[in-house]
Ligand binder design. Structure first.
Ligand code: KE4
Length: 433
């Protein structure tokens, strides 16, 4: 393990200390504060490909990728070049622009459930809009979400949510009226029986079911065989909608997302992260008959000043162009499987109980000996050991998500050498913790 003395973080500490006087917790999003892994976060100076450089000049192999968007590698030259020329035409129009047509067509062509799509500026906005649409289309008010899944920070979703809510162990956020979450029903992930029970107890009142088809916000949790198919069947029978929140999985686990990978087509899908290529873009879309309700085509209102701006559209278009090349997902799967299987085996060789895996460019590892099928299982993980692992890897120049309740992300820029270096670092750290 690199001795801590050689791991200089003075400038990061200075900047982060100042930040805490200016912004809540010194960050623009809670998980970045390293609260659950301890120690101070590092302050980034610049990123490129699979790498980060912090303000003290330390270099890291990056497995967060700004939480998913950097799937082609940070600051990809093709994306940057396109942005430089797009800038000359202005950054935002607030009016129709041909680039929206281009990205819309790419999304519609790629994602099985999407016939019509609306762009917004974040995954949160996409999920809150799709919830309103579910209710508008069905005339029903209740929804089902799953414990540990995270659909952004809109009020009605902050019930047993994952990601930062889980990371900080927050009960459920203050400021959310009971009346707002009264219509949010929850079930354990992978538990079809509870879903059936909720429908039986709330006949004709549930607008639909929303879920992460592969969970990244309770740590990495995959759907059991038959789970997604079962939800498709139940919602069809009940006249309710099935919504896949693919903000994280979209264009990451397959070009067509989890719905393409697993062959289960929802009625509506939310997207974000990758489709913005690092600039703020979210989207929701699905069946034409449902999307025709969205204003101004229909009565359901949703709007946004910067939605579909030409700069963000350009970054998204270039990113999807790069991802649509043949061999992309085979490469992502190969490099991520090598990493994930390598991490699990070095951990086991060092005597640690771990479970985890990957699906294409999304992976995770829990410090627990039991299989993880849902959020309760995930919570059996040894969070203190995870924190020591995270800090040790950071000092070895490997940047992992600062929470056991997050997933890891690779990119087309990660090489075999990067993975070998990561596994060597993990071997050293896991021997010591
Ligand atoms: P944003 O509003 O952060 O763009 O998207 C919300 C969202 C919705 N749905 C899923 C499945 C998501 O993973 C997210 C956001 N993911 C987190 C990482 N777990 C973003 C990182 C953060 O909150 O700082």
């Amino acid at each position: 393990m690199v001795s801590t003395t050689s791991f200089k973080t003075a400038k990061s500490e200075e900047i982060f200390n100042a930040a805490q006087k200016l912004m809540p917790g010194g960050v623009s999003s809670p998980v970045r504060a390293f609260k659950s892994v301890g120690g101070q976060p590092i302050v980034f100076d610049h990123v490129k490909g699979a790498y980060i450089w912090d303000v003290d000049g330390n270099k890291y192999i990056d497995y967060v990728g700004t939480w998913g968007p950097a799937i082609c590698g940070h600051a990809h030259p093709v994306v940057l070049e396109a942005l430089h020329s797009a800038l000359e035409n202005g950054t935002s129009f607030g009016a129709p622009c041909a680039l929206e047509n281009v990205l819309a067509e790419m999304v519609i062509d790629a994602v099985p459930s999407i016939e019509i799509v609306r762009f917004v500026n974040s995954g949160t906005e996409a999920c809150m809009s799709v919830l309103r649409l579910m209710r508008a289309f069905t005339g029903r008010e209740k929804i089902i979400k799953f414990e540990g899944c995270y659909h952004g920070h809109a009020d009605m979703f902050l019930v047993k949510a994952g990601s930062g809510v889980a990371t900080l162990g927050l009960p459920d956020s203050p400021g959310v009226p009971k009346s707002t979450t009264a219509n949010t029903l929850t079930a354990p992930y992978n538990d079809l029986e509870t879903v059936k029970k909720l429908f039986a107890e709330n006949p004709d009142q549930i607008a639909g079911v929303i879920l992460e088809p592969v969970v990244g916000n309770a740590g990495f949790v995959t759907p059991d065989a038959g789970f997604l198919e079962g939800l498709r069947e139940i919602t069809q029978e009940q006249g309710a909608l099935l919504v896949f929140d693919e903000v994280m999985t979209g264009f990451r686990i397959a070009y067509g997302g989890a719905q393409a990978k697993f062959g289960v087509t929802p009625d509506l899908t939310t997207l974000g992260k990758v489709i913005g290529g690092g600039l703020p873009v979210g989207a929701y879309g699905g069946r034409a008959d449902i999307m025709s309700m969205v204003a101004p085509a229909g009565p359901m209102y949703q709007a946004g000043t910067l939605s579909g701006n030409p700069l963000a559209m350009t970054a998204g278009i270039k990113t999807l162009e790069l991802l649509s090349k043949p061999g992309t997902y085979e490469q992502l799967d190969r490099i991520t499987t090598k990493l994930s299987e390598g991490l699990l085996s070095v951990a086991r060789e060092a005597g640690h109980e771990v479970t985890g895996g990957n699906i294409s460019a999304m992976f995770g590892m829990f410090f627990t000996g039991q299989a993880v099928h849902n959020y309760d299982d995930a919570k059996t993980a040894d969070l203190k050991k995870f924190a020591r692992f995270h800090r040790g890897m950071l000092e070895q120049g490997v940047y992992l998500a600062p929470s056991q309740f997050e997933a890891g992300f690779t990119s087309l820029a990660h090489t075999d050498e990067d993975v070998d270096r990561t596994l060597a670092a993990a071997k050293a750290v896991l021997a010591e913790i």
